[in-house]
Write a protein that binds this ligand. Structure first.
Ligand code: CAA
Length: 285
């Protein structure tokens, strides 16, 4: 498979925007696509802000930041994936939506292009089945905040080909990330292990074992986690955490994954974490 020269990222939310930024910083041309024109424009502004911040902190020089910005194009039409060697899908975690995107990507993308999903828990094998090229469909699971987090979980679906895995690994390395290849299974490795821990912390809170700050302090100082599990849930988004637990619970069928009722209540109340201004903690603009 040829070296990846052009990338398209579909979905300009937090993850899509972060992925587009690191791709451009690696010197690769990238088109950020979302059907909401406002969202793509706002995403580019946020990338500009992040690059400026990196320059101020001395992590990037001004010219490198300008070059990265110049490599990013915006579009609102999915057909703009036509010239990409790799398409990375980062739309919301709704199975039907992702399947529909993959069906359309299969129509619009070049026949030899790789199609990747940044899904945190939806089966790559299932998404691949929406296309006529399951051997070229793979998971590229980035972590939030994308510019900071070193890992890319490369997820091999049941029909993903070896060449696709090799190309994905090489691509993640070019971004300065560490790829780890895992097999397609609910939650992959990252969320199979991380999210039940967060769920357990929410049970501990609900049962009055300790207040939120105490639970987080225990894990920060007692296990050297950079953030406590409840702070981390607020960063990930409580709706996303609930969705991942529902996938684990449903697909693995084990009651140990049942989502905590307090988590369900918070999501129902619109307390989604940082993005809504309140989760286990309150956030100012
Ligand atoms: N974008 C870009 N850079 C950011 C950033 C962001 N959103 N947030 C922080 N940074 C950078 C800062 O600029 C800073 O860099 P410099 O030192 O070069 O200036 C560096 O990260 C450290 O930031 P801070 O000093 O502000 O704060 P911190 O030391 O508390 O670190 C953190 C913040 C990196 C978020 C850290 O708390 C951390 O690693 N937390 C855990 C994050 C984590 O586990 N993420 C994975 C979530 S799971 C997931 O994403 C997958 C899924 O499927 C659910």
């Amino acid at each position: 498979m040829n070296r990846i020269q052009r990338v398209a990222v579909v979905g300009a939310g937090t993850m899509g925007r972060g992925i587009a930024q690191v791709v451009a910083q690696a010197g690769i041309v990238v088109t950020l696509i979302d059907r909401e024109p406002e969202l793509v424009r706002a995403s580019l502004e946020e990338i500009r802000r992040q690059l400026d911040r990196a320059v101020e902190r001395g992590r990037l020089d001004r010219e490198q930041a300008a070059v990265a910005l110049s490599l990013i194009a915006l579009d609102t039409d999915l057909q703009a994936v036509a010239d990409a060697d790799l398409v990375i899908e980062a739309v919301p975690e709704v199975v039907e939506l992702k399947q529909d995107v993959f069906r359309r990507l299969d129509q619009y993308a070049a026949p030899e292009a790789l199609l990747a999903s940044n899904t945190s828990s939806i089966s790559i094998t299932l998404l691949a089945a929406a296309t006529q090229r399951p051997g070229q469909v793979i998971g590229l699971h980035f972590f939030n905040p994308v510019p900071v987090m070193k890992l890319v979980e490369v997820v091999r679906g049941l029909r993903t080909g070896d060449q696709a895995v090799e190309a994905a690994v090489e691509f993640a390395q070019r971004l300065g990330k560490t790829p780890v290849v895992v097999n397609d299974s609910p939650g992959f490795v990252s969320n199979r292990v991380l999210v039940p821990m967060i769920n357990e912390a929410i049970y501990a809170l609900m049962e009055g074992v300790a207040p939120a700050e105490a639970i987080d302090t225990v894990l920060r100082l007692g296990a050297n986690h950079p953030m406590g599990p409840l702070e981390l849930a607020d960063l990930i988004g409580l709706d996303v955490v609930l969705h991942i637990l529902e996938v684990l619970h449903h697909d693995l069928g084990d009651p140990k994954y049942r989502p905590c009722p307090l988590l369900r209540q918070m999501v129902a109340a619109g307390k989604l974490g940082r993005k809504s201004g309140e989760g286990f903690y309150r956030y100012q603009e």
